[in-house]
Design a protein around this ligand. Sequence first.
Ligand code: GUN
Ligand code: ZN
Length: 430
Amino acid sequence: MSAISRFRARLISFELDASDGVQMVHIEDGVLSLSGSKIAGVQSTAEYLGQGGDIEACEDLRPALIMPGFIDTHLHAPQYRIMGAFGTRLLDWLEKYAFPAELAFADAQYAAAEAEHFVNTMLANGTTSSQLFTTTHAHTCDALFAAAAKRNLCLIAGKVMMDQNAPSGLLSAAEVCARETQTLIDRWHHRGRAAYALTPRFAITSSERQLDYCRGLRQANPTVLVQTHLSENPEELAEVSRLFPGAKDYLDVYESYNLLGPSSTFAHCIHLSDGERSRLFDSQSKVAFCPSSNLFLGSGLLDVAEIPWDNFSVASDVGGGTSLSMLTTCAEAYKVCQLKNRTLHPYELLYAATAGNAKALSLEQEVGQLKEGFWADFIVVDAEHDIALRKTNWGLEHLEGALFSLIMFGGRQNILRTYVAGELVHGGAS
Ligand code: GUN
Ligand code: ZN
């Protein structure tokens, strides 16, 4: 099963240099060699031929480019079908659209069918690793982990923990929820490419008792991740201070239950005070910047200039976000940053969506770059697919402009193929 496959294409990936500048690693005419599920070689075609390589053994994908698969650090699988729901902001949107969509997952058969469909749609968008919310129902979590395992896909997920302020069908009492969570951790954490993330939805929907269980679960399972929401919307902030009158600020609620740290991802973080921001960064916690969602739900504009690369990630936040495509997510990120006077370079955007997000999830030695020994999770991209891309007259010889056009105008239609662990999981026609 570890036959070598080779592809000839333009190869690009991104990394940080010693002074935290983003660099593109670019091989204009290259050969990517796989050995089973891993990358075995990344060379120029000249180098490959110089070593006696057989060009006939390479599938020629030119003029397409190969890059690492995208990584999404924050989204909600069960909200996929409610993207683009009209007319509300966060708290009303949860009540009117998100909670009803999640209630439908009480039906285990529906949850299993949706998990398959969702994973295939992620792959069609070129996303090969993700950290996501499921629902309160343990079977939704099982279904998503199972769908990922079937494809040898890297997935971080968790059962949503809520015991207040949501429809009763989505609540589970703190101790029951903790027991179910531990069972899921035992079943899935570090099984193949899966990892478990404790998933208290946000401060509003967890009692102090539940957060205390959460702290206990983390202590008992120190390698699990944590994912939640923080400081997204002004009404949310007001509700958190009403519910937690003893907390000095929103972050303090999570801090008091020991939920911060290098493997904790906090989605949004738009309305933080300076003090919250510095405590969050000092703890090495990660921010998931969700530009599409923040615009769509009118939540606000994150000041990305304030966030060091070490604490930064970018995410779709579907279904508050309106696209599963990390290209589209990057386009929205660019526009939000323009409004905050920080111009993100296309290499910075693509770094964030690949190697940067890998680092945020502690996967930087495994995915996010085209590197020998890394998982062969990569995408074959048609960077000139769309008429808008050609119209810019920035051919691939002007790669910077072409990649910027790819971000601004591209999307799912540009992903010709997706490979996970060396296997073709989407596309195939050249
Ligand atoms: N805060 C709590 N739950 C959610 C959710 O499902 N989506 C978003 N965008 N914010 C939340
Ligand atoms: Zn979210």
